[in-house]
Ligand binder design. Structure first.
Ligand SMILES: Nc1ncnc2c1ncn2[C@@H]1O[C@H](COP(=O)(O)OP(=O)(O)OP(=O)(O)O)[C@@H](O)[C@H]1O
Length: 312
């Protein structure tokens, strides 16, 4: 069975008209009463863990430091230099958007944050620790704290949607089957794909796969989530809902987020800071307002091209 995009979009539209969401809407607002207590408890646990983790991140002076930072990072593939002395950071509980044209190294940056790629020079700090020299075992610990939502969802194809979301819950070994069932059901309701537990990933549209990937990421109670182009190949309504969800996760779970996007409206809605990559450099790093006030012609060109694509 396959669920076409139109049907999903209609479902999203219906839920949007009946329950307008914003960052203050409780994360569990859409969760049905039978599983709401289990999901609320799960979310409260995640929020408390994140608050403690955020406070624990310290810089060299033992002040609260950034959760993630790139410190003079260089990366080349052969002779092709992708990143050349790039620095930026995201504070605990904040959202950073990585902007830039195709091929500037946005995905490469995310892969370095997950430890899938190593910089040639410079440091990559995650949860206050330099992960550049971490072995695979220590990187796996980091990947439990920081999860990535890939464009295609990167779900396990041979198991159901429900089992995909249950995967991190089973790994922790402290939850009963009934709790796992309730949390899975509630998380899927929260991200707008209620009742799809029994489907296979191949039955889902791109937008739905991404929603399931977010549910699976949340099931691992991460401290930070990295999103690679979350609004690519989804309609504007779905993009709006995803933006609201990311805002609510920040406000209510104190999650740190990094969002790679081409979508300026999405970035304006979410970003505490943006980094604009261009020709190997972090051409701009600051707030969205500062970026819009900048008289850098390269930035102005990027912003004006975007307004041609996204009128109004
Ligand atoms: N493993 C790799 N080996 C060789 N080259 C690579 C590798 N990964 C990425 N690149 C190259 O690095 C450059 C940056 O790639 P990256 O995927 O980070 O771009 P991007 O900014 O995310 O682009 P887009 O917006 O199109 O996704 C590209 O030229 C890409 O071909």
């Amino acid at each position: 069975m396959s669920v076409p995009d139109e049907q999903y979009e209609q479902k999203q539209a219906d839920s949007h008209t009946s329950h307008e969401t914003d960052e203050h809407t409780p994360l569990t607002a859409e969760v049905s009463a039978d599983v709401a207590p289990a999901v609320e408890e799960f979310m409260e646990q995640a929020a408390a863990q994140n608050e403690a983790a955020n406070e624990a991140v310290q810089d060299v002076n033992h002040h609260q430091g950034p959760y993630i930072s790139f410190d003079h990072v260089c990366k080349a593939f052969g002779d092709f230099v992708v990143l050349n002395d790039v620095s930026f950071f995201v504070n605990p509980g904040e959202t950073l958007c990585i902007l830039g044209r195709s091929g500037v190294g946005k995905s490469v940056s995310l892969q370095m944050l997950m430890g899938f790629l190593k910089p040639d020079q410079g440091k990559v700090l995650v949860a206050g620790e330099d992960i550049t020299r971490f072995d695979e075992k220590k990187l796996q610990d980091i990947r439990r704290k920081v999860t990535m939502v890939f464009q295609n969802g990167a779900l396990f194809d041979s198991i159901t949607v429900g089992e995909n979301v249950a995967f991190p819950l089973r790994e922790r070994k402290d939850l009963a089957e009934e709790q796992i069932f309730q949390v899975v059901k509630g998380l899927l309701e929260m991200v707008g794909v209620a009742g799809m537990e029994g489907l296979l990933p191949s039955d889902l549209s791109t937008g739905m796969k991404r929603s399931v990937a977010i549910a699976r990421a949340l099931a691992s109670q991460p401290e930070a989530v990295l999103y690679d182009e979350p609004t690519t190949m989804v309609d504007p309504l779905m993009a709006h809902l995803l933006g609201d969800l990311i805002q609510r996760l920040k406000q209510q779970l104190h999650l740190t987020s990094i969002v790679v996007t081409h979508d300026m409206r999405f970035a304006k809605k979410l970003a505490d800071r943006v980094v604009f990559l261009h020709e190997g450099k972090a051409r701009f790093f600051g707030t969205m307002e500062e970026m819009e006030r900048s008289d850098d012609p390269i930035l102005s060109e990027f912003l004006s091209l975007d307004s041609l694509v996204l009128p109004g």
